[in-house]
Design a protein around this ligand. Structure first.
Ligand SMILES: [Zn+2]
Length: 121
């Protein structure tokens, strides 16, 4: 991969990193309290249906945050690989990852063949 291409991916990764950080920030702002705080807010109106829905929303948000956290770690690792000069190389077989795959998922660590093999087990 030439320098221009690497720089292009670096810019994309930095942009993506910013987006993920903002998403994590947003999730924190949406849910500043704990589940317990929310269920105690309206002790009279509170009934099982509402509690269940609050818990479900919260679980979805936690999953999102977990995913965003993983993406953030993957982006950081990809930026490090750009520094190391190993960006775009499959960690399993050592061959270049296809351009199309990198365009779709710039922080991926595996070529499509290795990924498919791994998914098959
Ligand atoms: Zn591979």
């Amino acid at each position: 991969m030439n320098t221009v291409e690497t720089e292009r991916f670096r810019t994309r990764l930095v942009d993506e990193r910013q987006r993920v950080l903002e998403a994590i920030q947003y999730l924190h702002e949406e849910n500043p309290g704990s589940i317990q705080d929310e269920t105690q807010e309206n002790p009279i109106d509170n009934h099982l249906g509402e509690t269940a829905s609050v818990t479900l929303d919260r679980e979805i948000d936690y999953t999102l945050e977990e995913n965003e956290g993983r993406v953030l770690a993957a982006i950081d690792a990809a930026l490090k690989r750009i520094e190391d000069g190993t960006f775009g190389i499959c960690r399993t077989c050592g061959r270049p990852i296809g351009d199309e795959r990198l365009e779709a998922l710039p922080y991926t660590t595996q070529c499509i063949d290795c990924k498919r093999k791994e998914e098959r087990g």
